[in-house]
Structure formats: C-alpha cells, structure tokens
Design a protein around this ligand. Structure first.
Ligand code: ADP
Ligand code: MG
Length: 729
C-alpha cells in the first residue's frame, strides 16, 4: 500500500514549471500601471485638487472633504476603467498580516444601482476593531476603531479591487497597527535630524528615511507541504531528521535558479512591477530551496507597504505555481533561516545621504555626526531594538550558527573604526584647522573619502552593520512587518539627535564657535558608543562573554526581551518623540506577549498530535514487523541461536520502545505544563510560563522523534523527510 507520503512525493516529482507569459512591453512601459500614482492623478484630477493632494503628501496637511470627494470620484473612474468593481481599505493590524474588507462600488437608487465612491469612504472607515488584537485598549476603550487614508502611499488595483492604504487607530486615537507609529517616527526623526542638519546647511528643510529590504523565503512543493501538518499549521517543521546533504557544499547560494522557481519569480516580478514595487534583485540563498528578492530602496513607509504587499503576492503566486512559500524565520533545523535585512539611511531634501561619506570636509563632519548619533542611540537602546525584532518565530533564528546573534552590536569595518579612534585621540586644536574658503578642514575626518572609496569590508555576523552608505539591520525576521523595527530605530535616533543638539547648543550659548561645539560633542559621542562597536565574529562564544562585560543586553527569553517596550527608559523615549504613549506601549506589549503564547501553544498541540497520531503508530508498525520476524526465528531456531541471529532486531525493538516511552512521557508532561500555563490570566506571566515550562519539551520530544526517523523503515515513515522537502523541486 502506498502511504500518503509516497503519493505526495510522486505528485511533487512529476511537476514541471508553470508557463508564464511575459508582457510584450518593456518593464518601464508597464511599471506601475496598476497604481494611482502622481502621473495618474495629474491626468484624472482637476488641477486644484491635484495640487491639494500634493500639498497634503508633502506637508502632511489634511485634505478637506470637498477635495476628498473629487479624489474619490477620479479614483473610482480610473479603477473602473481598469476593471475594478470593489474597493477596500488596506491596513496592517498587529496580527502581522494585512487586513482588507472588500465593498462593491454599487449603491442603490430608485432606478437600480449606480457605482459610487465618496470622499468620506476614501478618507475614513470603521472596521470592527474588536476582532483585531489591541491589548488593554480593547477592554478599557470602545471596541470601535477606524481606518484612515494614508495620502503618502498611493492607491492601487489588485485583482478586481481598488486598495487604499490606511492607518488603523482606536476611536480614542491609539494606534492599533504598524503604520501609524512608523509615520509618527518618521515625523520625529525628520524634525530632529533637520535641526541638526541646519548646523551644516540652511537649505535642508526635510529628512526622509530610506528603506531597502531584502526578503528571504523558502519554496516547498505544494504536495509535500500538505503532507506536513507542522508546516501547514505552524509554518515550520517541528520534527525532522537532518538530511545527509544539506547546505554544506555551498552549492545552492547564487547557483542557477531551478526552472520552476524561475517561473515563479518571473510571475511574481511582473505582478509586483505593475504595482510599482521596484524589484531589482533575485537569487538563490544559502539553504536548499531558499531564495531572496530585493527592491530598489524607497522612503520607509512606502517601502514597508510594498513589502507587506509583496509578501501577500508571494503567497498567492506560490499557489499558482504549486508551491507553498515559507516566511517563517527558521522552518528547518540545521540549515539557514530567513531574515529580512533592512537597509536604512537618512536623506535630505537637497539629495544628500547623511550616512554617505562625502568628498568635502564639511559634509564629512556631517556624516560623522550622524553616524555617531546612530551608534549612541543603538547603544542606549540595544535591548529595545532587540525587542523590536524578537518573536516566537525569529527567536529560533537568532543565535543560530548562520544568523545574527541575540546581542545587538554595530559593525563599522576597520577603516571607519580607525577614523573614530582618531577623532577620539586627536586634540581639538589639531583636529580643527580653520581655513579661509571652505571654512575649515579637519584632520581625522577630512581624509575619509580616500579611505572609504572601496569599502568592501563585510561582516555577515553583525546584526547591525554599516555597509558604506547605510546601516543594514540584519536581525529583522523574514515574516516581520519592517515597521516594527524601523519605528524603534527612527525613534531612538530622533531622541539621540535632540539630545545631541541640546548639547551643542549649550556649548554655543557659552561662546564656543559652532563647528568646535559640534566637534566637541561628536568626540564625546565617539567615547560613549564604544561598547556597541564590534567588528569581530558575532557568532563566537568569546563575543557572548565580552558583550556581557561591556554591559550589552544578552537576554534570550522572548517575554523578557519584550519587557523592554515598557521599561521607563523606553516609555520616556517614545513619549518624548511622540511616537507611542505609555498606554499604547502597554497594550502593544500585551498583544506581543499574547501572540507569543498562542504560537507556542499551537506548536505544542501540533507536536503532541504528530507524536501520538503519526510517529508512535509508525514506529509501532515497524516494531511489529520486527516482532513478527523474531517470533518466526524462535519457532525455527533454538534460543541460543536466536540470540546470535536476531541480535540487532532485538536491540532495535528495545531502542524503539525506549524512544516511544520517552516521547510519551514528554508529551504528557508538556500537556500538563500547558494546562498550568493556560490557567494564568496575566499575559506576561502566561508567556513566561510557556517559555520556561512548555517550550523546553519541544527539543526533547524532537530528539526522540528524529532518532526514530533515523532508524525505522523508510516505507512506514508517515511524513515527507527533509531531503524530500528541500531537494525535490
Ligand atoms: P546585499 O545582499 O549586498 O546586502 P542587496 O542588493 O541584496 O545587497 O540589497 C541591498 C539593499 O539595500 C537593496 O534593497 C537596496 O535598494 C538597498 N539600499 C541601497 N542603498 C541604500 C540606501 N542608501 N539606503 C537604504 N537602502 C539602500
Ligand atoms: Mg542580500
């Protein structure tokens, strides 16, 4: 009898690439066709309304109702011309995926139905907030919440629906989503960074944050995936013996892309490019069946919306190609997990990247100023920054042999490190030489360009690495909403820049020349941020020891890391930057704790099911075969002969029993621990109980299951093995 597993393997083996029809035009011709972008607005909106929208986008001024009516009408006309019949607000609740509720454009009149879309519906809607996570806010406030149009992110059409990116907040104004705080943090850093920039250049009026993410993911054949209840329900394999070959030969990274995957990527790219997502790079990643896709960077809010959209399209497209796409940070034990590196930089309205070394001393002092302020911020809030990337899923990846460690540190490379060291040691008089024309030159920063020209220094083990003109935050998980970490990063840097400016201003107030004042505080910053700077191997055990000595945060427990959202230091920082109120932080943290608990709870249940309903029966079946053989032996041979002839069979029967017993005991104990944890009402205490008392059983159970997989008959093993999941494509 063929088992389900073999039937699924057969299906997977037979599959070939789905044909993808390439658009006839060039990319530049169809890029953004499904987006109601500036160009479309100019075409469909009366001039007056168009200007009002642009003002709203650039200066953040609200759009009045009449103007909104005009925009809505034009949007509807365009959408209907494009074949859309429905519209939806699209928001990003704390569930981690996007939420949408489609409404048809139609409205009833005396004479039947007409298509209508008003400014009111465009600007604001009231989805029932009670079904989305809101932490304490749900119990203490009205359940009502509303979604409001984010003018800075253009509407677009997906399938037959006009999608309007929105924020999602409670009726009393608390953020219930990821977008609202991100926008607030962009406002905070804009204000703080602009003020500092104006020391150097009066023309700087605005700072925007650039984000370029790199999305890693796995593709698994649909049939094989369907035969794995753990993948289906938790997104990762809870059991599975390592494949004899996995990534040790490094033959997958940047290798030629498998044809089925190539077709998938092509399809995905057409779809995304039509939606104005500027995808640029695609390649194989290190682990078998692991891939990466990256766009050209955009402003943070838009880039994040695009990443959310991409993840959604990736899932849908995978189905069309008989794949399932895994965004879990660690779907497979023993091979690389997936991250979403977030490349982050600050840019002025005059076109200067503040994290880019320049070729004149003034801009270089500016560059160093921003660089050291970022470092100070990361050092001060390293624990909070870690909280922004931690989750029940990403915790499996952090600290793994291939992933950033669960300790935050910043890599600068030897050249830049040398410059900072020099700044620290050079006395002011030597560092500053005032010249006539350019104003001044600086030893210590003046010579950066020569040194930085070929900054190929790379360190893959660093969670927060300077890569020439940006920081690459590598600890972010593949399934994360980037806004979570970007909000924290923007906010802490904003707080630090405000502090920096007040220190410089204080020196200026007592008569220090401006540049001298800046340099003095920069020098102070260089001294302060030493602990966070680490260019060595972040995976090593020595680093773990040293980080502790340096006073960096080394916590690994998810609930304890999450606590940092509500530490006094964090609350002060978020309130001063106007990004979160204490109440918002408390409720948000409660949501994160709850999500952690639920994920571990579900995994525990699935693992129990797998053990009792799949693994133990399979092992017993094989044991039964062995026992049958042994019975025959005893009938035919003497007891003494059987001992010799069936030595290994007997040992195997015993071994199987040993593992079955261990699995039974551990699953029972885990279930008891779950019961105890479930009784706890406080979300934080419950999460801690899951982390400390339930979670540790996972490894124990897995160990025995994987041992069984390694010794029993392949024919009776019920679920696809790692070699099948990772190598059939
Ligand atoms: P690597 O794998 O070498 O890190 P990739 O090409 O995979 O590089 O990804 C680099 C990412 O960084 C891209 O998304 C790119 O758009 C982004 N990026 C490049 N320059 C900047 C910048 N100044 N600010 C933010 N992101 C940037
Ligand atoms: Mg990359």
């Amino acid at each position: 009898m063929t088992t389900f597993r073999f039937k699924m393997i057969e299906e997977a083996v037979k599959r070939s690439a789905v044909q993808v029809k390439a658009p006839a035009e060039r990319t530049s011709d169809y890029y953004g066709v499904n987006v109601f972008n500036r160009e479309k607005m100019a075409k469909y909106l009366p001039k007056e309304i168009y200007n009002a929208v642009q003002r709203s986008v650039e200066q953040g001024v609200p759009l009045d109702r009449k103007m909104a009516d005009g925009v809505a009408a034009a949007m509807k006309d365009w959408a209907m011309e494009m074949g859309a019949t429905h519209y939806t607000h699209l928001f990003q609740p704390l569930t981690g995926s996007t939420a949408e509720k489609h409404d048809n454009f139609i409205e009833l009149t005396h004479d039947g139905v007409i298509e209508k879309f008003s400014g009111k519906l465009l600007i604001q809607q009231e989805p029932d907030a009670s079904s989305f996570p809101s932490g304490g806010i749900r119990s203490t406030f009205e359940a009502r919440g509303y979604s409001a149009w984010d003018v800075t992110s253009p509407a677009f059409i997906m399938d037959d629906t006009l999608c309007i990116p929105t924020i999602f907040i409670s009726y009393t104004g608390e953020a219930l989503d990821y977008k609202t705080p991100l926008l607030k943090s962009e406002t905070a850093i804009n204000k703080a960074a602009t003020a500092v920039c104006q020391y150097f250049d009066d023309n700087v009026k605005k700072i925007t944050i650039n984000l370029g993410w790199e999305q890693e993911y796995f593709l698994i054949d649909k049939s094989l995936y369907d035969a794995r209840p753990d993948l289906l329900l938790t997104g990762r394999t809870l059991i599975g013996h390592e494949s004899a070959k996995n990534q040790q030969l490094d033959d997958h990274y940047f290798g030629s892309i498998p044809t089925r995957v190539q077709a998938y990527m092509k399809d995905l790219e057409f779809e995304c490019l039509k939606l104005g997502i500027p995808l640029k790079t695609r390649h194989n990643e290190v682990a078998p069946n692991q891939f990466e896709i990256a766009p050209i960077f955009e402003t943070a809010n838009l880039a994040n919306d695009h990443n959310q959209l991409l993840m959604m399209i990736m899932k849908k497209t995978a189905r069309r190609h008989n794949f399932r796409m895994l965004l879990h940070e660690k779907p497979f034990k023993g091979i690389n997990g997936s991250g979403k590196h977030c490349n982050w930089s600050m840019q002025t309205n005059t076109g200067i990247n503040l994290l880019s070394p320049a070729d004149n001393p003034m801009e270089n002092l500016q560059f160093i100023t921003f660089l050291v302020n970022v470092l100070c911020a990361v050092q001060e809030h390293d624990a909070l920054l870690k909280a922004s990337i931690i989750s029940a899923t990403n915790t499996h990846r952090l600290g793994g042999h291939e992933a950033p460690p669960a300790i935050l540190s910043a890599f600068l490379g030897s050249q830049l490190s040398g410059i900072l060291d020099k700044i620290e040691s050079l006395p002011l008089e030597q560092a500053l030489e005032v010249h006539d024309k350019s104003g001044f030159t600086m030893q210590g920063v003046g010579f950066i360009p020569e040194l930085m020209r070929d900054n190929t220094d790379r360190n893959r083990t660093s969670p927060f690495a300077f890569t020439g003109n940006r920081f690459e935050f590598r600890a972010v998980g593949s399934s994360a909403n980037c806004a979570q970490s970007m909000t924290v990063l923007n906010s802490i840097v904003a707080e630090q820049l405000v502090k920096f400016k007040s220190q410089v201003d204080a020196l200026i107030a007592v008569g220090k020349p401006k540049l001298e004042a800046i340099y003095t505080v920069v020098k102070e910053c260089v001294k302060q941020c030493k602990a966070i700077r680490f260019d060595g191997n972040g995976y090593s055990n020595e680093w773990k020891r040293e980080a502790k000595v340096r006073g960096l945060d080394c916590e690994t427990s998810v609930p304890l890391i999450l606590d940092n959202y509500v530490s006094e230091k964090s609350v002060r920082m978020f309130e001063s930057t106007n990004v979160f109120t204490r109440k918002e932080l408390e409720s948000r943290t409660e949501v994160y704790m709850e999500i952690y608990t639920k994920k571990v709870q579900i995994e525990g249940r699935v693992l129990g099911n797998l053990a009792f309903n799949h693994i133990i029966p399979a092992a017993s079946k094989y044991q039964d075969i062995l026992l049958g053989k042994l019975t025959k032996f005893t009938q035919l041979f003497s007891a003494e002969q059987v001992k010799g002839l069936a030595k290994y069979d007997m040992a195997m029967v015993e071994k199987i029993s040993k593992h079955i017993t261990a699995i039974h005991e551990s699953v029972d104990a885990m279930t008891e621990a779950r019961k105890v944890a479930n009784e706890i009402l406080d979300e934080r205490e419950k999460a801690l109980s899951y982390q400390n008392n339930v979670f540790p059983y996972f490894d124990v159970i897995r160990y025995h299951v994987d041992e069984l997989e390694d010794c029993i008959d392949d024919q009776v093993w019920p679920m696809p093995k790692y070699r099948e999941l990772l190598f059939i494509r």
